[in-house]
Design a protein around this ligand. Sequence first.
Ligand code: HEM
Length: 175
Amino acid sequence: MMLDLLRQLLGPWYLQIKFVHVLAMAVWIASTLVGYTYYLVPVFKAWRRNPQDQEIIALRNWAMERFDQGIIYEHIAFPLIIITGPMMYIAGGWSTATNWLLLKIIIVCLVAIPVEIVDYHISHFGGAKQRLRAAGDAEGYDRAVQRHWMFFLVTSPPIMVFSLLIVFLAVTKPF
Ligand code: HEM
């Protein structure tokens, strides 16, 4: 009953909802690529080679704090994807009998959502470097920077593979 009403309301806007879904997907996947690859990776590699160098530590911290800010695009896009996906699911009369969609939703729930929840926390809430610096917590600050970097090293490879797999499934609908 409720679903039918939603389907009637959203149906005429299917392509507009899909437009937002696909645009948000592009921002989610690509908005941090340059910042991560050409700013964070080189400065953390330099820091690993010279862990006591104060100039490199200052640059590392600056890059990490900028990244905490810049990731806001990804973190606005992700909820937009997670809201428009189910809207299309309802509006288009999709079901989990569609295998590509079922696998896609499983990957989103088991990989994308858990990783993003941690990412929100360490970028904007308890782990926000700017906030730790403002509180004068130098030790907490350094621990947060190193933990965030470790998080990136562990999560970036699977996230890259699974996010491309999600898009591949959605566009090619292979099964
Ligand atoms: C990180 C999460 C997600 C990404 C990257 C993503 C990506 C995409 C992309 C690229 C398309 C366009 C496919 C095309 O042009 O044919 C799409 C379509 C679609 N997505 Fe997602 N999606 C995500 C999450 C979800 C979720 C959670 C749902 C549902 C609960 C969902 C349901 C759909 C549906 C129903 C379509 C429409 C298929 C069509 O009309 O051809 N998506 N998605």
